[in-house]
Write a protein that binds this ligand. Structure first.
Ligand code: AMP
Ligand code: MG
Length: 400
C-alpha cells in the first residue's frame, strides 16, 4: 500500500463524523465542556433600572440649580425596592444595585451631598437624567445571543450563563476513548524495570492529552506482545467511541496490533502515512468506533495523536476546525523528500504578535525531552523545496 498523504488521512478519518448527542450538565460541572446549542437570554439584565452607586435617587430637574434641599421619603436597597414615587422636591436614599424608584431619573453620589436631617438632604452637584443609573437590559436584553454553540466553556462563559438564569447547560457528550500500550519491554511508572525494560510513557501522555481535548478516557494499561492479549484488550474497548493503541503497529514479529484489530472486526482503512515522524499509523473502524493504531515511538505517537486524534475529538464535540498558523523561519531548512515532516521547533512571539520559529537540530522520534521543550512543529510538505531564513512556514502548535 502506498503512503497516504496526511491531509487525505485526516479527511478519511473525519469523513461523516457528526457531533455526539447533547446532554445537560450543571453549571458546576460545565468547565471545559463544549456547548451544544447557542444560549439566548430569556430575561433583561439588569431586570430593572438600577443604581450604579450609593447616594440619592432624585429628579434631575430638581437639582438643576444647586445646592438644592430635598425631602428624603424612603430607602431603596439591593433586594429591597422602594415602592413609592418620587415627587418634585423629593429624593430617596439609594444603594448600588437597588431599583430606581418611580419618578426618579438620576442618582447623585453620596459624596456630593450633605445629609442635614434624616429626612432631608442637600444636593451639592447637578445631575443629568440617567446619571449613575443602569438602564434595564444594559448588560443584555431578552432574546440577545449570549453564547454561541461550539465553544469550550470557561469561568466567564459559565458566569454569564448563570446571570441569564440557566441552571443547566446542554453540552456535547464527552467522547469515550479507550487506550492501551503494547510492548513486552514496558512497565508502568514507579515499577522496577529489568535491564531490558523501559517505562511506558505513551499511555500516560495520551490519556492526559485525550482528557485535555475533552474525552473520558479508559486506560487499559500495558498489553503484552501476543495476539491473544491484544485481542482481549481490543475486546475491553468495545464501548469506546475511539480506540487508541500505541506500539506494535509495524509488521515485525512482535507486532500484533494490526492482526488483532482485523480479527476483532476492525475494518482497516489505511496503515501507512507519508509523514515523519509517525509513518506506521493505522486507522480503521469497527461499526461506529474509530480505531487508531499509533506507533510506539513516543514522539511519533504524540505527533500522530495531535494530527489525527485531536481533530477527531474536535469533530465529535462539534468544535470548529483549527485555523492554520504560520511563523517566520530563523534558519534555512533543506529540501524535503516525499514524506511530510513535523519538525520540533521553538517559537517566539514578539510584542507586535509576529512569530518566529527555530527548528531544533535533533529530531529523533524517541526523544521526549526535546519534544517537551518544543513549542510547535514546523510542517514541511512532501517535496518542499529549500526554505530560506525569513520565509513564512506553516506550524502546528504543541498545545498539550
Ligand atoms: P513499536 O512501535 O512497538 O515497535 O515501538 C517502537 C519504539 O517505541 C520502541 O523503542 C518501544 O520501546 C517504544 N515504545 C513503545 N511503546 C512505548 C510506550 N508506551 N512508551 C514509551 N515508549 C514506547
Ligand atoms: Mg512494540
Amino acid at each position: 500500500m502506498a503512503l497516504l498523504p496526511v491531509a487525505e488521512a485526516r479527511a478519511r478519518i473525519l469523513a461523516n463524523v457528526k457531533p455526539l448527542p447533547a446532554e445537560p450538565v450543571k453549571l458546576a460541572d460545565a468547565l471545559g465542556r463544549v456547548l451544544a446549542m447557542p444560549i439566548k437570554s430569556s430575561r433583561d439584565q439588569p431586570p430593572f433600572e438600577s443604581s450604579a452607586m450609593d447616594g440619592y435617587a432624585v429628579r434631575a430637574a430638581d437639582v438643576a440649580a444647586v445646592p438644592a434641599s430635598l425631602r428624603v421619603i424612603g430607602i431603596s436597597a439591593a433586594g429591597h425596592a422602594y415602592s413609592g414615587k418620587i415627587e418634585p422636591g423629593e429624593a430617596a436614599r439609594i444603594f448600588t444595585g437597588a431599583p430606581l424608584p418611580k419618578g426618579a431619573n438620576a442618582v447623585v453620589i453620596q459624596e456630593n451631598t450633605e445629609a442635614t436631617l434624616p429626612s432631608s438632604v442637600t444636593i451639592l452637584e447637578t445631575a443629568r437624567p440617567g446619571q449613575n443609573v443602569r438602564g434595564r437590559g444594559l448588560d443584555f436584553a431578552k432574546g440577545d445571543a449570549l453564547l454561541p454553540a461550539g465553544i469550550r466553556l470557561n469561568a466567564r462563559d459559565i458566569g454569564l450563563a448563570a446571570a441569564a438564569n440557566a441552571p443547566f447547560l446542554r453540552v456535547r457528550r464527552k467522547p469515550r476513548v479507550a487506550l492501551f500500550a503494547t510492548g513486552d519491554e514496558l512497565i508502568e511508572p514507579g515499577g522496577k524495570p529489568r535491564a531490558d525494560q523501559i517505562v511506558s510513557s505513551n499511555s500516560h501522555a495520551l490519556m492526559i492529552m485525550a482528557r485535555q481535548f475533552g474525552a473520558d478516557v479508559l486506560n487499559l494499561g500495558i498489553v503484552r506482545d501476543s495476539l491473544a492479549a491484544t485481542m482481549r484488550a481490543v475486546g475491553k474497548a468495545r464501548d469506546a467511541d475511539i480506540l487508541v493503541t500505541s506500539g506494535g503497529a509495524s509488521v515485525g514479529d512482535h507486532d500484533f496490533v494490526q492482526e488483532a484489530l482485523k480479527r476483532s472486526g476492525v475494518k482497516l482503512d489505511f496503515w501507512k502515512i507519508a509523514m515523519r515522524p509517525g509513518k506506521p499509523f493505522m486507522y480503521g473502524r469497527r461499526g461506529r468506533q474509530h480505531v487508531m493504531g499509533l506507533p510506539g515511538n513516543p514522539v511519533s505517537a504524540l505527533v500522530c495523536a495531535r494530527l489525527f486524534l485531536k481533530p477527531l475529538l474536535g469533530a465529535l464535540l462539534g468544535l470548529p476546525d483549527e485555523a492554520p498558523m504560520e511563523a517566520r523561519l530563523t534558519t534555512p531548512m533543506k529540501a524535503n523528500d516525499g514524506r511530510e515532516d513535523y519538525v520540533r521547533a521553538s517559537l517566539t512571539v514578539a510584542l507586535d504578535g509576529s512569530r518566529t520559529v527555530a527548528p531544533f537540530s535533533k529530531q529523533d522520534s524517541s526523544m521526549q525531552r526535546t519534544f517537551r521543550e518544543a513549542h510547535c512543529l514546523i510542517v514541511r510538505p512532501p517535496h518542499a523545496r529549500e526554505a530560506s531564513a525569513g520565509e513564512m512556514v506553516p506550524i502546528l502548535i504543541l498545545d498539550f
